[in-house]
Design a protein around this ligand. Structure first.
Ligand SMILES: [Zn+2]
Length: 90
């Protein structure tokens, strides 16, 4: 996680992709991308937070996969049941 230290108020400006200007959320000052290296700081705490978010996303994907498999299983069962009914009633 990369962040800038605001030269005006000292607040942390989180870098979200490439932008021409990075604006301080606290005082609204804009730092040009060209000068961003001058104010770059490392935030160790945010790395942990990012990892947690990623882990949570993975859990969500896993959940979605499971529910999709369940849906497919139900569809297969319904299909077999209909086929069985068709064969018996013929
Ligand atoms: Zn500021």
């Amino acid at each position: 996680m990369e962040a800038l230290k605001c030269p005006n108020c000292g607040g942390n400006i989180l870098i979200d992709g490439e932008q021409e200007y990075y604006f301080c959320p606290y005082c609204g000052i804009g730092i040009p991308n060209k000068l961003r290296k001058k104010f770059t700081i490392e935030i160790k705490e945010d790395k942990k937070i990012t990892k947690t978010i990623v882990k949570r996303d993975e859990a969500k994907i896993e959940e979605e996969k499971t529910s999709r498999i369940e849906t497919i299983a139900i569809l297969c069962f319904t299909g077999l049941f209909m086929l069985f009914t068709y064969l018996v009633c013929r």
